[in-house]
Structures are given as C-alpha cells and as structure tokens.
Design a protein around this ligand. Sequence first.
Ligand SMILES: *[C@@H]1O[C@H](CO)[C@@H](O)[C@H](O)[C@H]1NC(C)=O
Ligand SMILES: *[C@@H]1O[C@H](CO)[C@@H](O)[C@H](O)[C@H]1NC(C)=O
Ligand SMILES: *[C@@H]1O[C@H](CO)[C@@H](O)[C@H](O)[C@H]1NC(C)=O
Ligand SMILES: *[C@@H]1O[C@H](CO)[C@@H](O)[C@H](O)[C@H]1NC(C)=O
Ligand SMILES: *[C@@H]1O[C@H](CO)[C@@H](O)[C@H](O)[C@H]1NC(C)=O
Ligand SMILES: *[C@@H]1O[C@H](CO)[C@@H](O)[C@H](O)[C@H]1NC(C)=O
Ligand SMILES: *[C@@H]1O[C@H](CO)[C@@H](O)[C@H](O)[C@H]1NC(C)=O
Ligand SMILES: *[C@@H]1O[C@H](CO)[C@@H](O)[C@H](O)[C@H]1NC(C)=O
Ligand SMILES: *[C@@H]1O[C@H](CO)[C@@H](O)[C@H](O)[C@H]1NC(C)=O
Ligand SMILES: *[C@@H]1O[C@H](CO)[C@@H](O)[C@H](O)[C@H]1NC(C)=O
Ligand SMILES: [Cu+2]
Length: 621
Amino acid sequence: MRSSSLVALVGMALGAAAKTVNYDFDVSWVKANPDGSTDRDIIGINGAWPLPIIEVDKGDRLIVNVTNSLGDKSTSIHWHGMFQNGTNEMDGASMFTQCPIPPGSSFTYDFVVDQNGTYWYHCHTDYCYPDGYRQALIVHDASAPFADQYEEEIVITLADWYHDLQKDLSPKFMSLYNPTGAEPIPDSFLMNDGQNNQFNVKPNTTYLLRIINTADFIAQYFYIEGHNFTIVEVDGVYTEPQEADTLYIHIAQRYSVLLTTAASTDVNYKIVTVADQDLMDTVPSNLQLNNTNWLVLNSSAPLDQAVMTVETSDDLLPFDDFALVPSDGMALLPEPDIQINVTVYMVNLMTGFNYAELNNITYTAPKVPSLYTSLSSDELRTEELVYGEFTHPVVLGHNQVVEIILNNGDGGSHPFHLHGHNFQVINREPAYGPTFNSYLDGDPIGYDPSNHTDFPAIPIRRDVVVLPPQGFVVLRFVADNPGIWAFHCHIDWHMASGLAMTFVEAPELIPSRITIPDDHYAACAAGAVPTVGNAAANTEDYTDLSGQNAQPKDIPDGFTRRGEVAMAFSILSALLGIASLVYYGLVDLQRRPKEAPVARDSSSGEGEVSETAVAVPAKAE
Ligand SMILES: *[C@@H]1O[C@H](CO)[C@@H](O)[C@H](O)[C@H]1NC(C)=O
Ligand SMILES: *[C@@H]1O[C@H](CO)[C@@H](O)[C@H](O)[C@H]1NC(C)=O
Ligand SMILES: *[C@@H]1O[C@H](CO)[C@@H](O)[C@H](O)[C@H]1NC(C)=O
Ligand SMILES: *[C@@H]1O[C@H](CO)[C@@H](O)[C@H](O)[C@H]1NC(C)=O
Ligand SMILES: *[C@@H]1O[C@H](CO)[C@@H](O)[C@H](O)[C@H]1NC(C)=O
Ligand SMILES: *[C@@H]1O[C@H](CO)[C@@H](O)[C@H](O)[C@H]1NC(C)=O
Ligand SMILES: *[C@@H]1O[C@H](CO)[C@@H](O)[C@H](O)[C@H]1NC(C)=O
Ligand SMILES: *[C@@H]1O[C@H](CO)[C@@H](O)[C@H](O)[C@H]1NC(C)=O
Ligand SMILES: *[C@@H]1O[C@H](CO)[C@@H](O)[C@H](O)[C@H]1NC(C)=O
Ligand SMILES: *[C@@H]1O[C@H](CO)[C@@H](O)[C@H](O)[C@H]1NC(C)=O
Ligand SMILES: [Cu+2]
C-alpha cells in the first residue's frame, strides 16, 4: 500500500568520463509486508527492503562488497544480463563461477558495465531470490537512440509473492508428496514490491518505462488503459521502435517502452497486470490474478480497479517479441559450427521426487565450482569429462557459432536464460496469442531442420526466451566470451529441480583471462568448498570422477517416462492416501490442455494418466 514516486534521472552528458560506482551490501533478514497481509522475514540490504535500485552510466565500473549477515544461509549475487566479458568470476552463479558466500563472509563483485539498458540483480545460490533478494539494475545511456524522446524514467518491477519462505516451501516442492512437480502457487502479485502504486505523471508527456519481471515463477501481461506505447529495448538490446498495447513478460525478461500520457487530466489511467494462469496447476479462488496500479494525472479523480474486458488471461493478445528488430541491425548468424539439441522433460527418478531434465540429465551441482575446475585442470580443461556428467557440460570452441535447439517435452512454458551472452531467437513455435497452447493437443512437436519457417534476416536478440508449451525455440550466438556460463530455466522451482546445463566456453583461454580474487577463495575456505580438482574434487587424477555428486537413478526399465509418473502416483496413492495429494492441488499428471476440464484426453498419449488421478476432483487450495 505504498505509493511510488517517480525515479527521476538525469542522463550524463555525452562523453562524460566513466566513473566507479561503489556499494556496500550488508545482506540480512528483515521484516516486511509488501501485500498488506502480514509481516514476514525478507532478505534485506543494509537493514532495508525493498532493495536499492542500482544505477550506473554505460562504461562505469561497479563495485559491490557483499557481506552475508543472514546467519542461516549462503548467498551470492548474479547481475542478470551482464556479459561479464573478461570477468567470468563476477557472474555470481554459485558452483558455476564461485563458491556460495557463507554466513559471516564478505565477497566483492567488481566489473565494468559496458552494455545498454535494463537489468536486474538477484541471488543465485540455493533458490534464494524469491525471498525478496532481487532488484533493478539500470544502465543509463545518453547516446541511446531514444534518449531525447522522454522526460523521465519510471522503473517498474513485477513479482509474484509467497507468504511462506523458500525454506518452508522447497521441501514440500521436492517431495514424495509432490510426484508431479506442481509448483507452489504464489499468494499475490507485486509491482515495485508493493500494490496499488500511484505513479504521478504530467499530461501529454513522454516517459521511459523500464519494466522487469523479477518473479520466481509467474509471467504477467501488462497494459495501460487508454494508452499504447512504443517498445525501444528488450533485455538490454535496443530495438527499432515498435508500437504495442499489451506485453507478455516472462520472469527475468525486461522491456523499455516510451509512453506518452493522455493530454486530459480528468481521469487517472489503470496500469493493469494479469498473471498467466496457464503456469499454475490450480488457481485458488482467492488469488487475485489481475492487479491495478495507476498513472495519476489528477489526484482528486477516482482510482478505480480495472474491470477486465476478457474472461481469462488467454484472451489477452500480447505483442510478439519474435517480431522485434534490434536497432544495431545485426544480421542472422551463419550456419552453426556446433549444434546443441536438448529437450526439457519432467520426470520422476528413484527418490520419487519430480525432476526436470535436459535430455536425460538433471543438473546436479559439482563439488568444485566449474570455473575453478577449469582453472585447475591444466590441459584437461578442454575435456567435458572433468566438469562431471551431471553439470551437463558442453565445451564450445572460441568464436564458434553455436545453435541451441531447445525442445519442450513439457506442457508448461519455460523462460530460458543464458549467462554471458544474449542470443538470436531464430525460430519458435507456437507463437504467442491464440495458438500459444495449441501444441498441447497432442504429443510435443520438436524442431525439424528440414521444415521450418524462414529465419528472420535480423532476428531479435535477448537473454531470456519463452519456450512454448510442447513447442520449441532455436537460438544462435557466437562463443566470443571465454568462461563458464549457465543456461537454465529461470523459474526458480525448476532450477531447484535441475533444469540447467553448463557451457564451458573456450576453456583453453580461461586461465589467461580470468583471475580469482583472494576474497573469493576465502569464501570457499570459510564454507569448506574445495577450489581445485575436477567436479568430484579429485586432484590426483582429473579423469577419475568417483565421488562426484550424481543425480538419482532412473526408475527401472519397464516403465515409460510417462508411465513412471503414473507409477509414482499410484504408489503414493496407496501409501499416503489421496488426501495429501489433493492438499497440494495435484490433480492432473501433466498440465492439461486448455480446453480439457481436468484429465487429459485418453487419445493424447499412452497411459500417462492413472485412473486414480482422473477420479480426484480439483480443489482450489
Ligand atoms: C566489505 O565489507 C566488510 C564488512 O563491512 C568489510 O569487513 C570488508 O573489509 C569490506 N571489503 C572491502 C574489499 O571493502
Ligand atoms: C502534446 O504535446 C505536443 C508537444 O509536446 C504538442 O504538439 C501537442 O499539441 C500536445 N497535445 C495536446 C492535446 O495538448
Ligand atoms: C493501439 O494499437 C492498436 C494496435 O496494436 C491499434 O489498433 C489502436 O488503435 C491503438 N490505440 C491507440 C490509442 O493509439
Ligand atoms: C548500445 O548503445 C549504442 C549507443 O549508445 C548503440 O550504438 C548500440 O547499437 C547499442 N547496442 C545494443 C545491443 O543495443
Ligand atoms: C480532477 O478531477 C476532479 C474530479 O474528477 C475534477 O473535478 C477536476 O476538474 C479535475 N482537475 C483537472 C485539472 O482536470
Ligand atoms: C480479475 O480479478 C477478479 C478478482 O480476483 C476476478 O474475478 C476476475 O476473474 C479476474 N479476471 C481475470 C481475467 O483474471
Ligand atoms: C534432437 O533430439 C531429438 C531427441 O533425441 C531428436 O528426436 C531430434 O531429431 C533431434 N533434432 C535435431 C535437429 O537433431
Ligand atoms: C544419457 O544418455 C547418454 C547417451 O545415451 C548416456 O551416455 C548417458 O549415460 C546418459 N546419462 C544419464 C545420466 O542417464
Ligand atoms: C511442417 O511444419 C508444419 C508447421 O509446423 C506442419 O504443419 C507440417 O505438417 C510439417 N510438414 C512435414 C512434412 O513435416
Ligand atoms: C567480449 O569482448 C571481446 C573483445 O574483447 C569481443 O570480441 C566479444 O564480442 C565480447 N563478447 C561479448 C559477449 O560481449
Ligand atoms: Cu521452467
């Protein structure tokens, strides 16, 4: 219930010298109540929450000294979208590029920001950012093509919000009681870490809105009644100006739009956000999917709640980011030197829990951060073997054109993020809008290289792409940034269930480019995490992976992947009784197609739904 004031920002004069921006972040638990329900523990910085918005000018050096005063958990910060070109060790991804920072330790991030646009920072250790540990990171650029077209900037963060802490939700998510991997349903949705925000604006004035979805799980639609706007940036890439009325912003995605306010001051305008209900296995009746905030032109005019003109979020028609064109005109990359073909699966492994896999691997963190393995393994650093089987490493040659074919064997959409790069999105099916869920009607459809629509001549580039339900995306980038880079689904629940892999980019160049500061090693020592050795921390024989962290075994032969789910379900039904499953809203074993009421149509696949499951009625909470 707080009203946000505009963040007024004056761009630096062209040609101004780069400066150093210093922050000291003391990270600790504080109390806050962003949706007006009740106080809960939240991760604050310097005793406060919401967290500080970081602002730099392009070219600045950013130094952030993080001290972990949480007491009960380790931490880190990932600077989402920063390429960390030459500073891979500052990427903040625990066990990829650093050790987790244990309680009581300090750790300094230090890098130069030479990119355009809208970013954010968030914890990247053990699924901690949904506890409030995330905020905007803005790069001002006085030479942006649209720099002289607006008066002020407004930063808008979106988020989903849980009343329970991750440490209480996670054990229920990765659990025998949750064999289908149903994600916990948020309790509310936030804008700028609050609700009912009033943005005071002047009439007939152009603003730059920087919109960031910092959520754990849920994508949101965004529109402003009575206004269109012009997209000028996505994920740090300036675009040819493109008019739009509605955006679909999946988690970790960013848009900058130019908005010219109405000329009249007789009414206030509703900024409407609508949560994507398709991501949730059940929608509790008391969950407010659509939320209203206001562009206030007249403080004595009423602030009404939006009345939706559509029945569900599926009827909103968002602008399709695939149609955007980067303003730098970078052409479609040539045919790839290396093709990576991975498919998302949700499976049950021997523990009975639900895991996410890319092909047949569920990401399992190594004993030594992968970057440190590459630094310590001499000439073997170019071998995937030393990084361990379950980090899902793929070695990329320097300056290779890389193509990722990402197929979705799952019925939910997944926002995939690549560290260290953005990528061209050269093919994607199905498109947003009415057909987005159309592949749910049958088996998943993978990318077919001999039958695809033409690639765009100038494809959009971004660092988070939405993988459609049972569809695919095809991405290209150049491996011009030696280092260890995570490629993962940004839904933190899915990170927890292993939906990640590791790119080992030009490993032979890593030792000459990357130096690990002493305080990074000190954090490892304080947390007793080894800094040399292969993924299993073996230093005698780097090809010996005995003792590596491994994923749980497959369920024995005789069950199809889909059958496995059913089997786990029946065992559970017998052991635990249906009531505990209903408690978690686990009614369908796969996400259901839009039209079907509860169970999947029996023609849509063999044996993936047990009869028990069909009989269980849906329940809201
Ligand atoms: C970081 O902050 C901690 C706690 O204030 C301090 O002890 C440490 O010296 C700082 N490190 C640097 C490099 O400034
Ligand atoms: C809005 O502002 C522009 C110039 O910024 C001006 O040309 C136009 O007449 C104004 N429109 C109204 C309705 O006031
Ligand atoms: C907004 O854009 C839509 C097309 O996306 C167009 O039909 C509509 O007329 C525009 N509205 C305004 C107020 O410009
Ligand atoms: C970054 O901004 C500069 C202008 O400051 C522009 O020339 C360049 O094309 C932009 N790059 C991207 C990726 O948007
Ligand atoms: C502001 O709104 C009030 C109430 O609707 C109206 O009476 C007043 O004329 C408006 N003021 C302006 C400057 O438009
Ligand atoms: C908007 O929210 C209200 C109240 O929660 C609900 O009745 C309505 O169905 C929602 N509409 C959409 C499109 O979500
Ligand atoms: C990708 O892998 C899948 C599963 O192995 C296979 O069916 C498909 O043909 C492959 N696609 C390409 C383009 O190689
Ligand atoms: C995944 O499949 C590959 C190729 O079939 C096989 O070599 C590997 O052992 C499998 N990994 C797991 C974890 O099942
Ligand atoms: C080619 O792709 C289109 C659209 O995805 C599909 O309808 C068609 O059946 C495919 N054709 C072949 C020969 O696979
Ligand atoms: C990294 O920097 C090198 C030049 O030092 C440049 O060629 C390359 O394109 C950059 N890569 C990224 C991802 O910024
Ligand atoms: Cu996901």
